[in-house]
Design a protein around this ligand. Structure first.
Ligand code: DLZ
Length: 164
């Protein structure tokens, strides 16, 4: 999503739907905390900047990215949020762990999107190096947390539309 050529952090605020009545859940992984805490701050501040009230933002931490799917499911089941954003950072190592975690989260979030009537937003950094993650967590390529927040607002607005 956040490449050198395309990222949403420089969005046009006038094009974002009214978010003042929206409730948003955020699930964040503690693994790579220096990165994920910045993603979380980006998401939270972007939601607030676009009208979501702080008391309507529900944040829950989970140990690692693999736990994001279960955390997101709990928020969907046990709270009344209109969308759930998951935020995590997986950095490629020397073993195939990276592939397993990334594919588990991707498939899990896809399944939740099909299972529930609210959108689940994929804010997982899947990078080869720590520098790539730094660049995407408030660095030169913006903040993927901001992008996830804007995506959540747009998807909630879409869900609220009358299609008839
Ligand atoms: C085990 C593990 C590894 C090796 N790497 C990461 C990572 O880069 N990013 C991340 O968010 N979590 C990692 N984890 C932890 C797993 O996501 C998970 O928390 C554990 O396997 C326990 O289920």
């Amino acid at each position: 999503m956040a490449t050198k050529y395309h990222h949403l952090s420089d969005y046009d605020p006038t094009s974002i739907p009214d978010a003042s009545a929206m409730k948003v859940g955020i699930v964040v992984a503690e693994w790579n905390y220096d990165i994920t805490s910045k993603l979380m701050e980006g998401a939270r501040s972007t939601l607030i900047k676009n009208g979501v009230s702080p008391e309507n933002i529900l944040i829950r931490w989970v140990p690692g990215s693999f736990e994001l799917v279960y955390g997101a499911k709990l928020l969907a089941r046990k709270s009344e949020v209109d969308a759930v954003i998951v935020l995590g950072c997986v950095i490629r190592g020397e073993t195939p762990h990276f592939e397993y975690i990334c594919s588990g989260v991707t498939q899990g979030i896809t399944a939740l999107n099909l299972q529930f009537e609210i959108p689940f937003i994929f804010g997982l950094l899947t990078n080869n190096t720590m520098q790539q993650s730094i660049d995407r967590a408030g660095g030169v390529l913006g903040n993927k947390g901001d992008e996830a927040a804007i995506t959540a607002i747009r998807m909630i607005a879409l869900n609220n539309e009358n299609f008839r």
